[in-house]
Write a protein of this length. Structure first.
Length: 168
């Protein structure tokens, strides 16, 4: 195969993947009426489990309860975002919810639910250190949303050594 033919094939393949991925995101957004879809909840639950690995409770029931509360706080946080930010986040979560988007953007082979904490941590680290700005921005969005939603709960402040607001 000639070099030009190979380059053309690569460009056409990339275009097909982009169109297919874009169509999938339009059909299955990450947010519906300002709330996380089930697929987006899986993304955030897995990402939160990786980011907050040593912060979450060890007991499985308590951990699931903490993650469910976190997802509720993420919903509340997202509803406070301006519409254009909600739209961008919806696109990101919709893309990450697809197999192609998850592999391309996050570099994660396993699905979000089946991935181990270590696999998700490695994928997030890969995004954080990527040369592609889109991957870095995606990492920062996921990281900051998880951090803001988790530490907005007063019960988590002790983890940071924060005593809470001063009485004035």
């Amino acid at each position: 195969m000639q070099r030009r033919t190979l380059l053309k094939l690569g460009i056409v393949s990339a275009a097909v993947l982009l169109v297919a991925g874009g169509a999938t995101v339009l059909l299955q957004p990450g947010l519906q009426q300002g709330k996380l879809t089930a697929a987006a909840q899986e993304v955030f639950s897995s990402v939160a489990g990786a980011i907050l690995d040593r912060t979450l409770p060890v007991a499985q029931f308590e951990k699931q309860k903490s993650l469910a509360a976190l997802l509720n706080r993420i919903d509340e946080l997202v509803q406070a975002f301006p519409p254009h930010v909600q739209a961008e986040l919806s696109q990101l979560l919709g893309l990450l919810s697809t197999g192609v988007g998850r592999r391309t953007l996050a570099g994660l082979e396993s699905d979000w639910r089946g991935a181990s904490v270590k696999e998700v941590q490695d994928a997030l680290q890969s995004m954080r250190l990527s040369r592609l700005t889109l991957r870095q921005q995606s990492y920062l969005a996921l990281h900051d949303i998880v951090g803001a939603a988790y530490f907005s709960d007063p019960s988590t402040w002790a983890t940071l050594g924060y005593p809470g607001p001063l009485n004035i």
